[in-house]
Design a protein around this ligand. Structure first.
Ligand code: 13P
Ligand code: SF4
Length: 365
């Protein structure tokens, strides 16, 4: 360690990459078993290389719930992921997010007052408590997970949305799915629900812009949210690759639009995308529709596969990118000095209800 008092974040921007790496490593060594660094696959390489454990949202949720011996979880990902870690980790563990501005624009597209208003509005058309299961994509605030916990609903991730929908239909005939319309539509369509029974609820419009008849007929009511990164992938990009590389395998994340997913060979979470590429024989050719950092890492790790980024422009998650080595170093060096910075604490009542919803998910898959 170079300092005896915690560094200012600004001062770390004066260091070289090599110096930052040395200091992060020194802080990790000092913290030893007390620290675990969890990293989402979209993290930039400079940060990802310091991960103790990596994963997609489901894997990271499970890891956080497995009561590691570490006193502190440093979560290199976005805010909702750190909230899940706080909810599922042991009561004596704490969770830190190196930059509190690392949010998720999709998660911001549905808030509790809006969802409560929608629930009430739907309740004027249907007996919601007996007819509708609320499902929130894990990319959402803890208070929406708590809402689902309270109303016999659950959470899903991009790797288990289909199974969670099946579970939901075994409970009640309809689902309210928020905030990602694409994951909801792609998953419902793949389980054979016709598009006429999938409707889009627009929270800014009276009755979500729907008629009472449409709500009564619907089996799946989707919230009008989306990921600004994944919506950049277009059907034309798939068609272009199919022309350029006839034996290409198109693999996309289910946050992409239905038009893109319908043209793809495989869709899956970030962990599942990696598995598809890893399990393919050398020489296989891929065009991948998900965040750029993950695709670049796969290219780098597997030079014997021909891996392309599906979009001709850069699709990066700017909020994931906020976690840089300076913030990681600052968080760790503060910890070494006994200072806790950027702790994520979900309020108790909310955490209990959100945990109910998350545990329902973990029991189903
Ligand atoms: P995964 O659960 O597939 O890692 O997805 C998280 C995410 O935010 C994708 O945009
Ligand atoms: Fe949120 Fe999209 Fe970033 Fe994933 S890629 S964290 S959904 S903004």
């Amino acid at each position: 360690m170079h300092t005896t008092s915690p560094p200012s974040l600004e001062s770390l921007y004066q260091l070289t990459d090599w110096e930052l790496d040395q200091r992060i490593q020194a802080a990790r060594n000092r913290l030893g078993e007390d620290l675990v660094i969890l990293c989402h696959h979209y993290q930039r390489e400079e940060v990802y290389k310091f991960a103790d454990l990596t994963g997609d949202s489901l894997k990271l949720s499970r890891l956080a719930s497995q009561r590691s011996q570490a006193k502190t979880i440093v979560f290199c990902g976005v805010h909702f992921m750190a909230e899940v870690a706080d909810i599922l980790s042991a009561p004596d563990q704490i969770t830190l997010l190196p930059d509190l501005a690392a949010g998720c624009s999709m998660a911001d597209m549905a808030d509790l007052p809006q969802v409560v208003a929608a629930w009430k509005e739907l309740g004027r058309v249907l007996p919601v408590e007996t007819q509708v299961t609320p499902i929130t994509y894990v990319n959402s605030t803890a208070e929406l997970k708590a809402f689902c916990g309270q109303h016999q609903g659950t959470v899903c991730t991009s790797s288990n949305a289909g199974k969670i929908l099946e579970w939901a239909f075994s409970q009640r005939p309809k689902v309210l799915f928020f905030p990602d319309q694409h994951l909801g539509r792609n998953s419902a369509k793949r389980m054979g629900i016709p598009l006429e029974e999938i409707v889009l609820y627009q929270p800014d419009l009276p009755l979500g812009g729907l008629t009472e008849a449409a709500i009564r007929k619907a089996r799946v009511i989707l919230w009008n949210g989306y990921c600004s990164v994944h919506q950049m992938f277009q059907p034309a990009h798939v068609e272009l690759f199919r022309k350029r590389i006839p034996d290409v395998r198109i693999v996309v994340h289910p946050e992409c639009s239905m038009e893109v997913c319908d043209l793809a060979d495989d869709l899956g979470s970030t962990e599942q995308i990696q598995q598809v590429v890893r399990s393919a024989p050398p020489g296989s050719r891929f065009a991948i529709g998900t965040e750029l950092n993950l695709v670049n890492r796969l290219k780098h790790e597997m030079p014997d596969r021909d891996i392309h980024f599906l979009c001709p422009t850069i699709c990066m998650c700017s909020t994931m990118f906020r976690i840089d080595t300076q913030h990681l170093c600052w968080t760790l060096e503060n910890l070494v000095q006994g200072q806790v910075v950027n702790r994520i604490t979900v309020p108790k009542r909310e955490a209990v209800l959100a945990k109910t919803a998350l545990e329902r998910m973990l029991q189903v898959c």
